[in-house]
Write a protein that binds this ligand. Structure first.
Ligand code: ADP
Length: 629
């Protein structure tokens, strides 16, 4: 009782939709507090890789100390080498010179180092240290003498090591700590004139700093002046004037000089020098990727969860899977487009996880429903088969039991007719009506009998060699009295034919039904033409009338069981079985029947039978459902 009530309640459309809606909300709320950084950052990196790379600002020149420099000098560059290089760079008047090499670690006598410190002090020179000031301090500790007056600025690296994706990839830059700009933002300031963190788009707070995502370019896009060339060759000042010059190591020796990026996870993917150039350009061009707000994540997770629930519960499994996969591909495609065009990072991980969770929660529910449904179908089907069996048994029994008394009535009426001299006019008329009606009833019973034989698959062809023209003549003769009543003349034009193997009784039914229809649906004083011929190894019998015709849209239906066209409803008696049997019997002979018709002009039915019906028919007509012949 309670189960029935719950089932009925679940079938209510509104309840159904509300439950799906509620489930999607539940999944969204349950997933919200979880982080799927691993998955999210895979999607993040893919979007980076598949979007067009941004242009560089053109304000940065790299001076790498690479392997060639070490090879030529046969040692690390020392204080005097640095002094010479800085002197030359200084003459070109760059906007800023940044060293990522700690000057205190440069080799040289104290005098040489002092000389270097002196040269650096005449340039807009700074040492970028991979660190932040200690808590409470505003500056980093100064370097040891003779570099104690040198500007030391914080330029911390921020690889995702202990947090977020935890894969060591450098995706973030630190824009400011305790509301103070790091070195990169300070350098960018004079190019983009952004003096406050609010001026940057895509900035967010993380721990006690303000951070942004880095937008990467491919390796090797920045103009480069090798340290050894700067040392040994004369410089073109135009290449450096007004630019930010970054000096650092790129010797392929120390892992610390390199980092992995969303574009490449190779060990030596990008030198820190180039990573810093990308950080600077992200700031100068103010085009960091932006994360969507939290509500966008919730909304998309909810929508995708809802879509999954509807698809899983409402669509066939294979099609549903295909639709889900397509929906996910479209979602990923759109997220890529949104990133490429607007730098927005639409959340991907939560919606993806929502799809899988919904799928695995909802599928068992669907299986239960499906199981129940197929059980119901099975029960219904069993019942239908029983009913069908009962029906055909009943029809057969009824037809047989009706036929015998009817034949008796017909016999007695015939006896009376023979003695019609003794009957009054009214009695003779009544007798005719009895004979006609019983004839009609007999035909109907025969049709029903044939139908039940077809349904119970009992029909077998009795093939014998026959002259079809002779069969036709017999049929025409039997129908003449019908035609005479409407003063219809039946014109017969038969070409001589070879005998072929046919079931005479069935063929007689075919031609009788067609000819009776032709007469039945014709006006008085018209003509019905019956022809036979052999065309292309086929025997073609045509029965054409000048009657009321059949509407074009009904032509395909008139061969259906019990179908009666509009032109017959109302005044003309009939049961809609005649043409069904015609088609069935003709197809049993491997033949076919066609009709051409025009309203108020007439109809022509053509029966085509193969001449070489020595063969047993290969298979029963399609709609027989496995009838054997
Ligand atoms: P019925 O017992 O109604 O004649 P049939 O199966 O023999 O059933 O024919 C199906 C329908 O096709 C008829 O009801 C009639 O509307 C249409 N029809 C059949 N033969 C003709 C014809 N010669 N002229 C016009 N309509 C016809």
């Amino acid at each position: 009782m309670a189960v029935n009530w719950i089932e009925g309640w679940l079938k209510n459309t509104w309840v159904n939709h509300t439950l799906k809606f509620a489930f999607a909300v539940l999944i969204t709320v349950l997933l919200a507090p979880f982080r799927f950084d691993g998955l999210e950052y895979i999607a993040y990196d893919l979007r980076m890789q598949f979007s067009p790379r941004p242009a560089t600002s053109g304000e940065i020149v790299l001076v790498p100390i690479e392997f060639e420099t070490l090879k030529k000098l046969k040692r690390d560059p020392e204080a005097l080498d640095w002094s010479l290089v800085l002197q030359k760079i200084g003459q070109a008047q760059p906007a800023q010179v940044v060293s990522f090499v700690n000057p205190s670690q440069i080799q040289g006598s104290y005098d040489d180092l002092s000389f270097l410190a002196d040269i650096a002090s005449r340039l807009p020179f700074q040492y970028a240290e991979d660190d932040l000031p200690k808590v409470g301090a505003t500056h980093l500790d100064p370097l040891a003498p003779p570099f104690d007056n040198m500007l030391v600025l914080p330029a911390p690296k921020a690889p995702d090591r202990g947090m977020l994706a935890k894969d060591g990839v450098t995706r973030r830059l630190i824009l400011a700590y305790e509301n103070r700009f790091t070195m990169h933002a300070r350098l960018a300031e004079s190019f983009n004139h952004i003096h406050h963190i609010d001026g940057y788009s895509g900035a967010y707070s993380l721990l006690d700093s303000t951070q942004m995502q880095i937008r990467y370019r491919d390796k090797g896009v920045y103009p480069t002046l090798k340290f050894v060339d700067a040392l040994e060759k004369s410089l073109d000042p135009e290449r450096l004037r007004g630019k930010i010059v970054l000096i650092g190591r790129d010797t392929m020796e120390a892992g610390a000089d390199y980092g992995t990026t969303p574009l490449s996870k190779n060990l030596l993917a990008l030198s820190q020098l180039e990573i810093n150039a990308n950080i600077l350009d992200t700031l100068i061009r103010n085009e960091a990727p932006r994360f969507s707000p939290e509500w966008v994540k919730l909304l998309f997770t909810f929508l995708i969860a809802l879509l999954t629930i509807y698809i899983v519960l409402g669509v066939r499994p294979a099609k549903g899977l295909f639709m889900l996969a397509s929906a996910l591909i479209v979602y990923l495609g759109v997220s890529l487009l949104v990133f490429a065009n607007f730098r927005w990072m639409v959340p991907v991980a939560h919606p993806l996880v929502a799809v899988f969770i919904c799928y695995y929660f909802v599928i068992p529910y669907r299986l239960i429903i499906e199981n129940r449904r197929s059980w119901e179908y099975y029960q219904k089907n069993r019942l239908l088969v029983q009913v069908e069996e009962l029906k055909s048994n009943f029809m057969r029994m009824m037809s047989h039991d009706l036929k015998t008394p009817l034949a008796r009535i017909q016999g007695m009426a015939e006896v009376l007719r023979k003695e019609h001299g003794n009957l009054t006019e009214t009695q003779a008329l009544a007798l005719e009506t009895i004979l006609e009606s019983s004839e009609e009833l007999m035909e109907f019973i025969s049709s029903i009998l044939s139908l039940s034989r077809i349904a119970s698959k009992e029909m077998k062809l009795q093939l014998r060699s026959r002259d079809v023209n002779q069969v036709l003549r017999n049929v025409v003769r039997r129908c003449e009295h019908l035609a005479a009543r409407k003063n219809i003349s039946i014109v017969v034009e038969l070409e001589p034919l070879f005998s072929i193997r046919v079931d005479e009784d069935l063929l007689k039914t075919v031609f009788t039904n067609l000819l009776e229809n032709a007469i039945k649906y014709s006006n008085e004083n018209s003509k019905v033409l019956v022809t036979s011929d052999e065309i292309n190894n086929e025997l073609v019998v045509q029965i054409a009338d000048q009657g009321r015709g059949i509407a074009r849209e009904e032509l395909t239906q008139i061969f259906d069981r019990f179908y009666r066209a509009r032109n017959s409803r109302g005044d003309t008696p009939g049961n809609g079985l005649g043409l069904y049997l015609v088609k069935y019997f003709v197809e049993l002979h491997n033949g076919r029947v066609d009709v051409e018709s025009e309203i108020n002009k007439g109809s022509t039915f053509s029966v085509r039978l193969p001449m070489n019906l020595d063969l047993e028919p290969e298979s029963p007509p399609e709609h027989s459902g496995g009838l054997y012949v």
